[in-house]
Design a protein around this ligand. Structure first.
Ligand code: AMP
Length: 432
């Protein structure tokens, strides 16, 4: 099955090939043809399944067929978090590179000046979080009257984060003559009810949970003091992680330190991150691919280009502060149905990140209780963690995330919680 055969225009097929995708994922295979026909969609899929392209590609194509000379806001993608908004914006940039379409990303927590300027210049697509979108609508900076294509992404997380009233307000500003693509990893009753009000005779596309990348990876978690992480890493690399292993570090500096420490233990590893020259990165990747380098230590940004088969283990030396990053990281292993193992280390300060990750993947990562470096600090009982996982539960702080910083799009905010090793800062959920 190729992207061609889904009915996508050559400009989109070319952009997808540039992105290195060889074939559509199951959700793309099912969703794209239906969405191209103009049907409403009810998609049940979690992050990591390729769902962004499943809605972005048909949306771009439908829009490209329709777009008038003067740009009008024809499409709206609503998503719960700024990180997702930034990622979706990047996807539009990637997939729409050969099309003459304009889009922008709108989220809260940053100045609205650049966002308002972009809107004034005219865009065809807006990717937004609900709070800032409503704010700009109320102040007259954008009008949804012409929107013909509406995507609601991660509806269940909107519910978790208390955004459903805002979502309903946005929907009231849309006309009923529109195509709606609705995505949610789970379908609790309020989400099902919302879908019923929004969708007209939808095609249902579901990716069985068992087939998702996340589920193909065996995941394990070690609670460990920060000071013992390097020892634990050495032990893992001398033990079960004896094949091609990718180690993730949140910071460049951290990646260098890990490599040094491994060297002292007699393990050869190479770091790749933004401070390395392109030729050093290319060399490291080639070495990793051909087996000369067994252990690669990467930051999230540097790892984006890594598409290496046969990575047996992914080790999260640090937990990412953006939960989607966890899914992207562990998706580097268990490619093409092969077995893969993802081992994560979590120190006291990273516990809030763990809560976020488990909420996103809708599962509990197996804890390894019996190991050589148990944490010295008191561990919260599992019941504590469980109560924190419930929305609004005691201490259910989401880590605050700094604004994405790359260019006008912001990056994914991944891997650059770099700053001082202060650990997660906690705070109430940020409204978009
Ligand atoms: P998503 O579920 O949309 O967050 O996508 C998860 C990851 O899969 C992203 O890094 C995408 O770039 C990547 N991806 C999406 N579609 C494909 C595909 N057909 N082949 C390979 N990678 C893909």
């Amino acid at each position: 099955m190729s992207f061609d055969s889904l009915g996508l225009a050559p400009d989109l097929v070319r952009a997808v090939a540039d992105a290195g995708y060889q074939q559509p994922t199951p959700i793309q295979r099912d969703a794209i043809p239906a969405a191209l026909e103009g049907r409403d969609l009810l998609g049940s899929a979690q992050t990591g399944t390729g769902k962004t392209a499943a809605f972005a590609l048909p949306l771009l194509q439908n829009l490209n067929d329709r777009v008038a000379q003067d740009p009008k806001l024809l499409a709206l993608v609503l998503t719960p978090t700024r990180e997702l908004a930034a990622q979706i914006g990047e996807s539009f940039e990637t997939y729409g590179r050969y099309l003459d379409l304009y889009h922008t990303v709108i989220f809260g927590g940053v100045s609205d000046k650049a966002q308002i300027r972009k809107l004034k210049e005219g865009v065809d697509v807006v990717v937004a979080t609900p709070g800032r979108l409503l704010d700009l609508m109320n102040r007259g900076h954008l009008d949804l009257a012409d929107v013909e294509l509406f995507v609601l992404d991660e509806a269940d997380r909107m519910l978790d984060m208390g955004f459903l009233p805002d979502v309903r307000r946005v929907v009231r500003a849309l006309t009923s003559r529109r195509q709606t693509l609705f995505f949610s990893a789970t379908m609790p009753d309020p989400i099902r009810a919302l879908a019923e009000t929004l969708l007209h005779d939808p095609v249902t596309v579901a990716v069985a949970r068992v087939a998702t990348p996340v589920d193909l990876v065996q995941q394990r978690l070690y609670f460990v003091d920060r000071g013992n992480k390097r020892r634990l890493l050495v032990e893992l690399l001398q033990g079960e992680a004896d094949g091609r292993t990718l180690v993730f570090s949140r910071t460049k500096h951290g990646a260098n330190r890990i490599v040094k420490e491994l060297g002292r233990a007699g393990l050869t590893a190479v770091a790749i991150h933004g401070n390395k020259s392109q030729s050093a990165r290319t060399r490291a990747l080639a070495g990793f691919r051909d087996g000369n380098i067994r252990v690669l230590v990467a930051t999230d940004l540097a790892a984006r280009g890594i598409d290496v088969e046969g990575i047996g283990h992914v080790i999260n030396f640090d937990l990412p502060n953006v939960p989607e990053t966890y899914v992207h990281r562990i998706g580097r292993t268990a490619r093409a149905g092969a077995d893969g193992v993802a081992i994560s280390m979590c120190d006291q300060e990273e516990r809030a990140y763990l809560v976020d990750i488990e909420r996103l993947i809708h599962s509990h990562i197996d804890r390894v209780e019996d190991h050589r470096y148990p944490p010295t600090e008191r561990l919260p009982a599992f019941t504590d963690l469980d109560s924190r996982r419930k929305p609004g539960g005691q201490g259910s702080g989401r880590p605050k995330r700094g604004p994405p910083r790359r260019g006008s799009w912001g990056g994914r905010g991944q891997g650059r919680g770099g700053g001082p090793r202060g650990g997660p800062r906690r705070g109430p959920p940020r409204r978009g």
